[in-house]
Design a protein around this ligand. Structure first.
Ligand code: LRH
Ligand code: MN
Ligand code: MN
Length: 427
């Protein structure tokens, strides 16, 4: 454990009596609604969302990066930071790696993660940047590049990600590419997408039987005129073309402002192609803000669709839940802890929706009562459920308070040298 367990216990002790009272009061209120608080707590306690390895460092923008003290130097430091998030929240048992950012000996990766009690979620490939010593450039694309050699290089990189993933116990590969064009006429939309599909098929052909391939769409950026995998429609076509192990990944920040993301989620569920999420929040574009920080109701509405599918046991429904955020003005560990709890909160609130009442209101076209049914669940303060689940799982009632009083950041700052803030950040 990275944080002294007696410190966490001491922090919890000061809050346990209040929490018990709050939990009982909420339990009574939910009882009146015919809901068992313990049943909700059990589901929340079993819930996990993966932490992105790249999220524990200060992300920065394309203008600048302002790193904090004690930034992780490499993946092994990152794993330690991830384990702090898991120790205190008990909501983040897995880490999602990005290659080559996190490239290291797989045996060492696995050993370090197991020693910290962590597992690995989906592997992420990176063909949106050139790496030192890389023979061919991705300046004009990767999997959809006009040059066959460059496409092959991008395919090989994805196959390497699968190899690393196999060695460390991952069972999914997420592909996001920055390919597209910056000027009308620069690329032939059709031929470019054909090249992408051919390359993606070459990766899919090497995917182990028990793996899933997630393709991630994004409306724009870094290509500003057109993007090859720009929306869920194209993404769905890819998943259909590739086969049954191919699914769509929905990053909440990758849509036009005001897009009805919960409906996209519902569609993908209906047709068995929802692979997973990158949770974050945004105001304007791919802002990578903390999950639930701008529009918690939208997050709830997404979870409403997920719980709907879970409740009716939609066939093949098993999405991966991951965060994908960039932290510029906060301590990344604090942001990730709060975000993981926001995801759990949305899940708990969605579990409170009276689904049979909702269905009745929908069938009788009672729009007002239908929407009120959702609001009733959303307005319920489920914090005592989340906190009790954390406490019983060995976490902290108030993870941020425990983290601050442990002085973790100051401690690691003593052994991790300060890094320069020059240069832009990650996408
Ligand atoms: C692209 C993206 C994708 C990348 C990550 C760093 O914007 O969301 O998931 O892998 O950011
Ligand atoms: Mn993403
Ligand atoms: Mn993104």
């Amino acid at each position: 454990m990275m944080i002294d367990t007696s410190l966490v216990a001491g922090e919890n002790e000061t809050r346990t009596a209040d929490l018990k009272r709050d939990y009982e009061t909420l339990g009574e209120r939910l009882d009146r609604r015919g809901v068992s608080i313990d049943a909700i707590k059990a589901k929340v306690a079993a819930y996990g969302v993966a932490v992105p390895s790249w999220g524990v460092g200060t992300g920065g923008t394309r203008f600048a990066r302002f790193p904090g003290k004690g930034e992780p130097r490499h993946i092994f430091d990152k794993l330690e930071d991830c384990s702090v998030i898991q120790q205190l929240t008990r909501a983040t048992p897995n880490v999602s790696l990005h290659i080559p950012w996190d490239k290291a000996d797989p045996a060492e990766l696995k050993a370090k993660a197991s020693s910290l009690g962590l597992g690995f979620d989906a592997m992420n490939s990176n063909t949106f940047q050139d790496q030192d010593g890389q023979p061919l450039s991705y300046k004009f694309g990767s999997l959809s590049h006009t040059d066959a050699g460059t496409r092959r290089q991008a395919v090989e990189h994805n196959l390497e990600c699968i190899e690393i993933g196999k060695a460390i116990g991952s069972r999914a590969l997420t592909i996001w590419i920055g390919d597209g064009s910056n000027f009308p006429g620069q690329a032939n939309f059709t031929r470019q997408f054909e090249r992408y599909l051919d390359a993606a098929k070459a990766i899919y052909a090497e995917l182990p039987d028990d793996w899933r391939l997630f393709t991630e769409h994004k409306m724009y950026e870094p290509a500003f005129y057109s993007t090859v995998v720009q929306d869920w429609g194209t993404n769905y076509m890819i998943a259909q073309e590739l086969g049954e192990k191919a699914y769509c990944l929905v990053d909440l920040g990758h849509h036009a402002p005001n897009a009805n993301i919960e409906m996209i989620v519902a569609r993908l569920i209906q047709f068995g192609k929802l692979g997973g999420f990158h949770f974050n929040d945004s105001k304007y574009g791919d802002d990578d803000l903390d999950t639930g920080s701008v529009d918690p109701y939208r997050l709830f509405l997404v979870f409403n669709e997920l719980v709907d599918a879970e409740t009716r046991k939609a066939p093949g429904f098993d999405p991966a839940h991951m965060l994908d955020q960039s932290h510029n003005v906060t301590d990344p560990i604090e942001s990730l802890m709060v975000s993981a709890m926001e995801v759990q909160r949305a899940y708990a609130q969605a579990l409170l929706v009276d689904r049979s009442a909702l269905e009745g209101f929908q069938d009788t076209n009672d729009a007002l009562m239908a929407t009120t049914t959702l609001k009733t669940a959303f307005r319920t303060d489920v914090e005592p459920i989340l906190a009790m689940a954390r406490l019983e799982n060995g976490g902290a009632i108030d993870p941020v308070a425990a983290y601050r009083s442990a002085g973790y950041r100051q401690k690691v700052a003593e052994i991790r040298p300060e890094v320069s803030g020059a240069g832009g950040g990650i996408v």
